[in-house]
Design a protein around this ligand. Structure first.
Ligand SMILES: Nc1ncnc2c1ncn2[C@@H]1O[C@H](COP(=O)(O)OP(=O)(O)OP(=O)(O)O)[C@@H](O)[C@H]1O
Length: 254
């Protein structure tokens, strides 16, 4: 089967400064992939290369087997939803307008957009009556749900999420993470999620991609990463949540 996303020796430099170095990555259709790594590792850059917001300095990005170079950005992004860090909701637009922004740009009729907005609010477990509110009138967790609804509005097959649960309290965070995983299954998505929380990545994803200094150091299942990894940076990253899980298990046993 064709991979949903392929990076073929992709490099990216800003002003001659390398941010991604000859990166290879393959993500199979239907996978839920978590992307982890320290600050500045190149995670957000990698997401933006996948949906064509930025172009590689060298190398190729393939979506469903086709090189995206030269493809119009808006056509590409129709099939790739993107939920931003800090949600990126427009503060002066209502929740409904925020969710309907891509369908509006695509020229969908008003009544179709309204029906889709209701459907999306149901999907992300938000009450329909918040549609007329402004983003500032919602809680942080609700705003993140709106960000996910907006990313899914035009029925993409790929969902990219950049720290979608950042700055949320742990209870809200776990509930939202579970809902996103459920949506991933129900909609048959290929999902790539950037997170700083390695424990969350291990619990949620089918595969974890570990990045450092513009390189992919590891791409493996949570189980195999927990069993150990030869790269010391990867092993260190996994060690902390693993130790915490062991302590919690000991505590629970009493
Ligand atoms: N538009 C830009 N111009 C110049 N440098 C940039 C630009 N965007 C990103 N960078 C640099 O590229 C490097 C990687 O940034 P990127 O945002 O991809 O990292 P990240 O892994 O997502 O980090 P974080 O976890 O802090 O969000 C950083 O050193 C950053 O300063």
């Amino acid at each position: 089967m064709t991979d949903a996303i392929v990076l073929d020796r992709v490099s990216k430099a800003y002003d001659g400064q390398a941010v991604l170095r000859e990166t290879d990555l393959r993500i199979a259709k239907g996978r839920f992939v978590a992307l982890v790594g320290g600050s500045g590792a190149g995670k957000t850059t990698l997401l933006k290369l996948i949906n064509g917001l930025i172009a590689p300095t060298s190398g190729r990005v393939l979506i469903d087997g086709a090189d995206i170079a030269g493809r119009p950005g808006h056509a590409l992004r129709r099939g790739i939803g993107y939920a931003f860090q800090e949600t990126g909701l427009f503060p002066h637009m209502s929740i409904a307008q925020n969710i309907g922004i891509t369908p509006t740009l695509l020229g969908w009729p008003g009544e179709v957009i309204a029906a889709r907005t209701d459907e999306l609010l149901d999907l992300v477990a938000l009450p329909r009556d918040i549609a007329d509110r402004a983003p500032a009138q919602l809680s942080g967790g609700q705003r993140q749900r709106v960000g996910v609804a907006r990313a899914l509005a035009a029925r993409p097959s790929i969902l990219l999420m950049d720290e979608p649960f950042g700055a949320l309290d742990p209870v809200v965070r776990v509930a939202l993470a579970d809902d996103v995983r459920r949506l991933h299954e129900a909609l048959g998505l290929t999902t790539v999620m950037v997170t700083h929380d390695v424990g969350e990545a291990l619990l949620l994803a089918d595969e974890v991609v570990v990045m450092a200094d513009g390189k992919v150091l590891a791409q493996a299942s949570p189980r195999s990463l927990l069993a150990g990894h030869p790269d010391p940076v990867v092993a260190d990253l996994i060690a902390a949540p693993k130790r915490q899980a062991q302590r919690l298990a000991e505590l629970a046993r009493g």
